[in-house]
Each structure stands twice: as structure tokens, then as C-alpha cells.
Unconditional design. Structure first.
Length: 133
């Protein structure tokens, strides 16, 4: 069976595991998001383990719910960047993708969870503090 190469790195077959975690591009986003959240997490073996690992790093229920939203934004951004590459031949830098994760997760968080407002700069500066409000 012939597998298409990953459009983000061109190094391996594009599987869900590779695209969302083990591609060098996705791994760069994963580690940057973990640093932003203040957690230390290695790349897990599969996509669902990444959810459990990230959410499990939350020290309480509010932060775990916030981390779940960030994880969903992480997945969504990688898929969006992949489709931009496939359909528009556009390239998005890792730093820009991380910015997209931060902004999207902030929007989703405000729509789903926030009982008080959290400005974007506050979210980017200290997301866990916003999650505790």
C-alpha cells in the first residue's frame, strides 16, 4: 500500500499519529504549547494519549477543562495548517501556529467556560490564572 507523505514535513506517511504528534512541525507546536501552559510533557505514543496527558497535567477541575480546550485548539490548528498547505500551498511557521492555538483556545474558552472576562493578553501571559477565575 502506497502512503502519501506528510505535507508538513515530507518525511513520513501522513497518519493521524504522525500528523498530530510525531511530525517535527507538530512536535514543535506541542512543546511550545506545553511551555506556554507551564507543563512538562513528552510526546505521547498516540493522539488520544496526548489528550489525557495534557488534561491530566491540570492541577484542578477548572484547569483540566481549560487544558482540554487548548488541546482541541491544538488539534484544530494543525488540521487547518495542513489543509492550508494542501489546498492553498501556504506555509505557516510554528510560531504563527502557536499564536493561532493561543487565540483560538482563548475564544473557545471565553465562549464555553469563563465566568469572568479574560483579555487576550492575559490569556497569552498566564492562561492558568485565567482558568482559575
Amino acid at each position: 500500500m502506497d502512503h502519501a507523505s506528510c505535507v508538513l514535513c515530507g518525511e513520513e506517511a501522513e497518519t493521524a499519529r504522525h500528523l498530530f504528534l510525531h511530525c517535527n512541525y507538530a512536535a514543535g507546536i506541542w512543546y511550545a504549547v506545553c511551555r506556554w501552559l507551564g507543563v512538562f510533557a513528552v510526546l505521547p505514543a498516540d493522539v488520544m494519549m496526548s489528550y489525557g496527558l495534557l488534561v491530566g497535567c491540570g492541577r484542578n477541575k477548572k484547569i483540566r477543562k481549560g487544558f482540554a480546550i487548548v488541546w482541541m485548539a491544538f488539534i484544530r490548528v494543525i488540521w487547518k495548517v495542513r489543509n492550508e498547505r494542501v489546498f492553498n500551498n501556504a506555509t505557516v511557521e510554528v510560531t504563527d501556529a502557536v499564536d493561532m492555538v493561543q487565540r483560538l483556545s482563548w475564544q473557545w474558552y471565553l465562549n464555553k467556560m469563563a465566568s469572568s472576562s479574560c483579555l487576550l493578553y492575559e490569556w497569552i501571559w498566564n492562561p492558568c490564572e485565567c482558568m482559575l477565575r
